[in-house]
Ligand binder design. Structure first.
Ligand code: FO1
Length: 334
Protein backbone atom coordinates (compact mmCIF):
# COMPACT_ATOMS: atom_id res chain seq x y z
CA UNK A 1 0.00 0.00 0.00
CA UNK A 2 1.34 3.46 -0.91
CA UNK A 3 0.60 6.12 1.67
CA UNK A 4 1.44 9.78 1.11
CA UNK A 5 1.49 12.21 4.04
CA UNK A 6 1.61 16.03 3.82
CA UNK A 7 3.46 17.26 6.87
CA UNK A 8 4.69 20.27 8.74
CA UNK A 9 7.04 19.81 11.67
CA UNK A 10 6.34 18.42 15.11
CA UNK A 11 2.71 17.30 14.72
CA UNK A 12 3.20 15.73 11.32
CA UNK A 13 6.44 14.05 12.36
CA UNK A 14 4.89 12.52 15.48
CA UNK A 15 1.89 11.35 13.46
CA UNK A 16 4.11 9.75 10.81
CA UNK A 17 6.13 7.98 13.50
CA UNK A 18 2.85 6.49 14.79
CA UNK A 19 1.78 5.56 11.27
CA UNK A 20 5.04 3.64 10.75
CA UNK A 21 4.53 1.86 14.08
CA UNK A 22 1.00 0.87 13.04
CA UNK A 23 2.21 -0.39 9.66
CA UNK A 24 4.95 -2.42 11.35
CA UNK A 25 2.41 -4.22 13.53
CA UNK A 26 -0.01 -4.87 10.69
CA UNK A 27 2.90 -6.18 8.58
CA UNK A 28 3.89 -8.59 11.34
CA UNK A 29 0.23 -9.56 11.86
CA UNK A 30 0.05 -10.35 8.15
CA UNK A 31 3.21 -12.41 8.50
CA UNK A 32 5.37 -9.75 6.88
CA UNK A 33 3.11 -9.37 3.83
CA UNK A 34 3.33 -6.48 1.39
CA UNK A 35 5.03 -3.66 3.22
CA UNK A 36 3.56 -0.20 2.89
CA UNK A 37 5.61 2.54 1.30
CA UNK A 38 5.23 5.93 2.96
CA UNK A 39 6.12 9.17 1.23
CA UNK A 40 6.15 12.39 3.25
CA UNK A 41 5.80 15.72 1.45
CA UNK A 42 7.26 18.29 3.84
CA UNK A 43 6.50 21.98 4.21
CA UNK A 44 9.55 24.13 3.41
CA UNK A 45 7.86 27.49 3.97
CA UNK A 46 9.50 27.78 7.40
CA UNK A 47 12.94 27.57 5.79
CA UNK A 48 15.33 30.49 6.14
CA UNK A 49 18.91 31.66 5.75
CA UNK A 50 20.64 32.43 9.05
CA UNK A 51 24.36 33.11 9.42
CA UNK A 52 24.79 31.93 5.86
CA UNK A 53 23.33 28.45 6.44
CA UNK A 54 20.02 27.17 5.09
CA UNK A 55 17.71 26.00 7.84
CA UNK A 56 14.81 23.66 6.99
CA UNK A 57 12.89 23.22 10.28
CA UNK A 58 10.16 20.85 9.10
CA UNK A 59 12.44 18.65 6.99
CA UNK A 60 14.84 18.39 9.94
CA UNK A 61 12.08 17.72 12.48
CA UNK A 62 10.79 14.90 10.28
CA UNK A 63 14.28 13.52 9.65
CA UNK A 64 15.29 13.62 13.33
CA UNK A 65 11.93 12.34 14.67
CA UNK A 66 11.70 9.41 12.23
CA UNK A 67 15.45 8.78 12.43
CA UNK A 68 15.43 8.55 16.22
CA UNK A 69 17.52 11.64 16.91
CA UNK A 70 14.96 14.26 17.89
CA UNK A 71 14.88 16.12 21.22
CA UNK A 72 11.65 14.45 22.34
CA UNK A 73 10.36 17.11 24.74
CA UNK A 74 10.95 19.96 22.30
CA UNK A 75 9.77 18.02 19.30
CA UNK A 76 12.47 19.71 17.20
CA UNK A 77 16.26 19.83 17.27
CA UNK A 78 18.59 17.10 18.44
CA UNK A 79 18.62 14.94 21.54
CA UNK A 80 21.72 15.49 23.66
CA UNK A 81 22.23 18.91 22.10
CA UNK A 82 24.76 21.49 23.27
CA UNK A 83 24.79 25.22 22.57
CA UNK A 84 28.45 26.27 22.71
CA UNK A 85 28.43 27.78 19.22
CA UNK A 86 25.11 29.53 19.78
CA UNK A 87 26.25 31.12 23.05
CA UNK A 88 29.55 32.13 21.45
CA UNK A 89 27.59 33.76 18.60
CA UNK A 90 25.77 35.94 21.11
CA UNK A 91 29.10 37.71 21.85
CA UNK A 92 29.23 38.93 18.28
CA UNK A 93 26.00 40.91 18.46
CA UNK A 94 24.64 39.31 15.30
CA UNK A 95 21.05 39.50 16.50
CA UNK A 96 20.18 35.85 16.43
CA UNK A 97 19.68 34.96 20.07
CA UNK A 98 15.97 34.45 19.39
CA UNK A 99 16.74 31.35 17.33
CA UNK A 100 18.83 28.66 18.94
CA UNK A 101 21.15 26.69 16.67
CA UNK A 102 22.41 23.67 18.55
CA UNK A 103 25.93 22.37 17.85
CA UNK A 104 24.74 19.00 16.53
CA UNK A 105 21.93 20.62 14.54
CA UNK A 106 24.45 23.00 13.03
CA UNK A 107 26.22 20.09 11.35
CA UNK A 108 23.02 19.36 9.43
CA UNK A 109 22.78 22.96 8.26
CA UNK A 110 26.47 23.03 7.28
CA UNK A 111 26.16 19.76 5.34
CA UNK A 112 22.99 20.94 3.61
CA UNK A 113 24.38 24.38 2.77
CA UNK A 114 27.57 22.95 1.33
CA UNK A 115 25.65 20.53 -0.86
CA UNK A 116 23.24 23.26 -2.01
CA UNK A 117 26.19 25.51 -2.81
CA UNK A 118 27.69 22.67 -4.87
CA UNK A 119 24.57 22.82 -7.05
CA UNK A 120 22.46 20.02 -5.62
CA UNK A 121 18.72 20.60 -5.32
CA UNK A 122 16.97 20.50 -1.96
CA UNK A 123 15.44 17.15 -2.98
CA UNK A 124 18.89 15.71 -3.70
CA UNK A 125 20.31 17.13 -0.48
CA UNK A 126 17.38 15.77 1.57
CA UNK A 127 17.85 12.33 0.07
CA UNK A 128 21.56 12.52 0.92
CA UNK A 129 20.98 13.56 4.55
CA UNK A 130 18.34 10.82 4.94
CA UNK A 131 20.92 8.18 4.02
CA UNK A 132 22.33 8.81 7.48
CA UNK A 133 19.05 9.07 9.37
CA UNK A 134 17.11 6.32 7.55
CA UNK A 135 13.69 7.80 8.46
CA UNK A 136 11.85 4.80 6.96
CA UNK A 137 9.93 7.05 4.55
CA UNK A 138 10.71 8.80 1.28
CA UNK A 139 11.07 12.41 2.47
CA UNK A 140 10.36 15.02 -0.21
CA UNK A 141 10.43 18.80 0.12
CA UNK A 142 7.24 20.32 -1.32
CA UNK A 143 9.39 22.28 -3.80
CA UNK A 144 13.06 22.70 -4.67
CA UNK A 145 12.66 26.44 -5.04
CA UNK A 146 12.96 28.79 -2.05
CA UNK A 147 9.47 29.57 -0.78
CA UNK A 148 9.37 31.33 2.59
CA UNK A 149 6.28 32.08 4.64
CA UNK A 150 6.18 35.66 5.87
CA UNK A 151 3.66 37.23 8.20
CA UNK A 152 2.05 40.62 7.58
CA UNK A 153 2.11 42.46 10.92
CA UNK A 154 1.39 46.05 11.92
CA UNK A 155 4.39 48.37 11.64
CA UNK A 156 5.19 50.67 14.57
CA UNK A 157 4.97 53.77 12.35
CA UNK A 158 1.63 52.66 10.91
CA UNK A 159 0.99 50.45 7.93
CA UNK A 160 2.29 46.91 7.88
CA UNK A 161 5.55 45.04 7.43
CA UNK A 162 6.62 41.51 6.54
CA UNK A 163 8.23 39.29 9.14
CA UNK A 164 9.70 35.85 8.40
CA UNK A 165 7.41 33.21 9.87
CA UNK A 166 10.15 31.83 12.16
CA UNK A 167 10.75 35.25 13.69
CA UNK A 168 7.02 35.74 14.21
CA UNK A 169 6.67 32.24 15.65
CA UNK A 170 9.84 31.95 17.73
CA UNK A 171 10.88 35.51 18.60
CA UNK A 172 7.37 36.90 19.09
CA UNK A 173 5.57 33.65 19.96
CA UNK A 174 2.88 34.61 17.43
CA UNK A 175 1.84 37.43 19.78
CA UNK A 176 1.92 40.09 17.03
CA UNK A 177 -1.51 39.92 15.32
CA UNK A 178 -0.99 38.33 11.92
CA UNK A 179 -2.92 40.26 9.25
CA UNK A 180 -2.07 37.71 6.54
CA UNK A 181 0.47 35.14 5.46
CA UNK A 182 2.50 35.55 2.29
CA UNK A 183 4.53 32.74 0.76
CA UNK A 184 7.37 34.69 -0.82
CA UNK A 185 8.63 32.94 -3.99
CA UNK A 186 5.50 30.85 -4.47
CA UNK A 187 4.63 32.23 -7.91
CA UNK A 188 7.84 30.89 -9.43
CA UNK A 189 7.84 27.59 -7.52
CA UNK A 190 6.81 24.17 -8.74
CA UNK A 191 6.28 20.88 -6.95
CA UNK A 192 9.54 19.02 -6.32
CA UNK A 193 10.30 15.87 -8.33
CA UNK A 194 8.12 12.96 -7.27
CA UNK A 195 5.62 15.06 -5.31
CA UNK A 196 2.74 15.08 -7.81
CA UNK A 197 3.31 11.39 -8.61
CA UNK A 198 3.31 10.57 -4.88
CA UNK A 199 -0.17 12.10 -4.69
CA UNK A 200 -1.56 10.64 -7.92
CA UNK A 201 -0.15 7.14 -7.35
CA UNK A 202 -1.02 6.90 -3.65
CA UNK A 203 -3.51 4.40 -2.28
CA UNK A 204 -4.25 6.78 0.61
CA UNK A 205 -3.28 10.41 1.29
CA UNK A 206 -3.20 11.70 4.87
CA UNK A 207 -3.33 15.28 6.19
CA UNK A 208 -1.97 14.84 9.76
CA UNK A 209 -2.63 17.32 12.59
CA UNK A 210 -0.06 19.83 11.34
CA UNK A 211 -0.79 23.53 11.22
CA UNK A 212 -3.54 23.80 8.58
CA UNK A 213 -2.54 27.33 7.57
CA UNK A 214 1.24 27.67 7.50
CA UNK A 215 2.21 24.00 7.14
CA UNK A 216 -0.44 22.06 5.20
CA UNK A 217 -1.78 25.29 3.69
CA UNK A 218 1.64 26.23 2.37
CA UNK A 219 2.16 22.81 0.79
CA UNK A 220 -1.28 23.02 -0.86
CA UNK A 221 -0.39 26.46 -2.25
CA UNK A 222 2.55 25.14 -4.30
CA UNK A 223 1.44 25.13 -7.95
CA UNK A 224 0.30 21.66 -8.95
CA UNK A 225 -0.16 20.16 -5.50
CA UNK A 226 -3.78 21.16 -4.80
CA UNK A 227 -4.67 20.01 -8.31
CA UNK A 228 -3.00 16.64 -7.74
CA UNK A 229 -4.86 16.19 -4.46
CA UNK A 230 -8.21 16.95 -6.13
CA UNK A 231 -7.37 14.64 -9.04
CA UNK A 232 -5.94 11.61 -7.22
CA UNK A 233 -7.93 8.39 -7.10
CA UNK A 234 -6.66 7.91 -3.55
CA UNK A 235 -9.01 8.76 -0.70
CA UNK A 236 -7.77 11.72 1.36
CA UNK A 237 -8.23 11.65 5.12
CA UNK A 238 -7.39 14.42 7.58
CA UNK A 239 -6.98 14.46 11.35
CA UNK A 240 -8.10 17.59 13.15
CA UNK A 241 -5.28 19.62 14.76
CA UNK A 242 -7.94 21.34 16.89
CA UNK A 243 -9.37 19.56 19.92
CA UNK A 244 -11.98 21.18 22.12
CA UNK A 245 -11.64 24.51 20.35
CA UNK A 246 -7.92 24.79 20.96
CA UNK A 247 -4.77 23.97 19.06
CA UNK A 248 -3.21 20.82 20.50
CA UNK A 249 0.24 22.36 20.27
CA UNK A 250 1.85 25.33 18.66
CA UNK A 251 -0.23 28.34 17.82
CA UNK A 252 -2.48 27.17 15.00
CA UNK A 253 -5.27 29.27 16.49
CA UNK A 254 -3.28 32.47 15.87
CA UNK A 255 -2.87 31.36 12.24
CA UNK A 256 -6.51 30.39 11.78
CA UNK A 257 -7.61 33.73 13.25
CA UNK A 258 -5.46 35.52 10.68
CA UNK A 259 -7.35 33.90 7.82
CA UNK A 260 -10.76 34.23 9.46
CA UNK A 261 -11.30 30.57 10.25
CA UNK A 262 -12.82 29.63 13.59
CA UNK A 263 -10.60 27.48 15.81
CA UNK A 264 -12.72 24.33 15.77
CA UNK A 265 -12.50 20.83 14.33
CA UNK A 266 -15.50 21.48 12.10
CA UNK A 267 -14.25 24.84 10.82
CA UNK A 268 -10.87 23.41 9.82
CA UNK A 269 -12.60 20.58 7.93
CA UNK A 270 -14.72 23.09 6.04
CA UNK A 271 -11.59 25.16 5.39
CA UNK A 272 -9.99 22.16 3.63
CA UNK A 273 -13.32 21.32 1.98
CA UNK A 274 -14.90 18.09 0.86
CA UNK A 275 -13.62 16.78 -2.45
CA UNK A 276 -17.15 16.50 -3.86
CA UNK A 277 -17.47 20.21 -3.19
CA UNK A 278 -14.13 21.23 -4.70
CA UNK A 279 -12.05 20.69 -1.56
CA UNK A 280 -9.41 18.09 -0.76
CA UNK A 281 -10.85 15.84 1.95
CA UNK A 282 -12.85 12.61 1.74
CA UNK A 283 -12.90 12.03 5.49
CA UNK A 284 -12.12 13.85 8.71
CA UNK A 285 -11.13 12.35 12.07
CA UNK A 286 -12.05 14.43 15.13
CA UNK A 287 -11.45 13.90 18.81
CA UNK A 288 -14.08 12.40 21.11
CA UNK A 289 -14.15 15.78 22.88
CA UNK A 290 -15.66 17.22 19.70
CA UNK A 291 -18.13 14.38 19.09
CA UNK A 292 -21.02 16.86 19.02
CA UNK A 293 -19.52 18.44 15.87
CA UNK A 294 -19.86 15.16 13.96
CA UNK A 295 -23.62 15.39 13.44
CA UNK A 296 -23.43 18.78 11.74
CA UNK A 297 -20.63 17.69 9.45
CA UNK A 298 -22.34 14.40 8.61
CA UNK A 299 -25.58 16.20 7.75
CA UNK A 300 -23.51 18.16 5.21
CA UNK A 301 -22.29 14.94 3.65
CA UNK A 302 -18.98 14.65 5.51
CA UNK A 303 -17.53 11.24 6.36
CA UNK A 304 -16.48 11.82 9.97
CA UNK A 305 -14.70 9.56 12.43
CA UNK A 306 -14.71 10.25 16.16
CA UNK A 307 -11.84 8.85 18.24
CA UNK A 308 -9.15 9.91 20.73
CA UNK A 309 -6.67 11.96 18.68
CA UNK A 310 -4.14 13.16 21.27
CA UNK A 311 -0.72 11.83 20.23
CA UNK A 312 0.39 11.15 23.81
CA UNK A 313 2.88 8.45 22.81
CA UNK A 314 3.77 6.23 19.85
CA UNK A 315 1.21 3.47 20.57
CA UNK A 316 -1.59 6.04 20.93
CA UNK A 317 -0.50 7.67 17.68
CA UNK A 318 -0.35 4.29 15.94
CA UNK A 319 -3.98 3.81 16.97
CA UNK A 320 -4.94 7.21 15.56
CA UNK A 321 -3.25 6.33 12.27
CA UNK A 322 -5.03 2.98 12.19
CA UNK A 323 -8.40 4.67 12.70
CA UNK A 324 -7.69 7.28 10.05
CA UNK A 325 -6.83 4.59 7.49
CA UNK A 326 -9.89 2.52 8.47
CA UNK A 327 -12.08 5.61 8.10
CA UNK A 328 -11.29 5.91 4.40
CA UNK A 329 -11.02 2.21 3.69
CA UNK A 330 -14.09 0.97 5.55
CA UNK A 331 -15.93 4.21 6.26
CA UNK A 332 -15.70 3.70 10.02
CA UNK A 333 -12.78 4.46 12.37
CA UNK A 334 -13.64 1.66 14.76
N1 FO1 B 1 11.68 26.70 17.88
C1 FO1 B 1 11.72 27.53 18.96
O1 FO1 B 1 10.67 27.75 19.59
N2 FO1 B 1 12.88 28.13 19.37
C2 FO1 B 1 14.05 27.95 18.71
O2 FO1 B 1 15.07 28.52 19.09
C3 FO1 B 1 14.05 27.05 17.58
C4 FO1 B 1 15.23 26.78 16.89
C5 FO1 B 1 15.18 25.85 15.83
C6 FO1 B 1 16.34 25.51 15.13
C7 FO1 B 1 16.30 24.62 14.07
C8 FO1 B 1 15.09 24.04 13.71
O3 FO1 B 1 15.05 23.15 12.68
C9 FO1 B 1 13.90 24.35 14.39
C10 FO1 B 1 13.95 25.26 15.45
N3 FO1 B 1 12.79 25.58 16.16
C11 FO1 B 1 12.83 26.45 17.22
C12 FO1 B 1 11.49 24.95 15.84
C13 FO1 B 1 10.78 25.65 14.69
O4 FO1 B 1 10.38 26.93 15.01
C14 FO1 B 1 9.58 24.77 14.36
O5 FO1 B 1 10.10 23.49 14.07
C15 FO1 B 1 8.80 25.10 13.14
O6 FO1 B 1 9.47 25.85 12.24
C16 FO1 B 1 7.49 25.75 13.55
O7 FO1 B 1 6.51 24.82 13.27
Amino acid sequence: MKITVLSGGVGGARFTRGLLAHLATTRSDRGGGTSAEVTVIANTGDDMWLHGVRICPDLDTLMYTLGGGVHEDQGWGRAGESRRTSSELSHYDVDSEWFTLGDLDLATHLARTGLLRSGQTLSQVTERLCRRWEPGVRLLPMTDQEVETHVVVDAAAGGTRLLHFEEWWVRHRAALPARAFVQVGLESASAAPGVVAALLDADVVVLPPSNPVVSIGTILAVPGIWEALVATAAPVVGISPIVGGAAVRGMADACLRAIGVETSAAAVARHYGRREAGGVLDAWLIDTVDADAAAGLRSDGWRVGVAPTLMTDVPATAEIAARALKLVVTGHPA
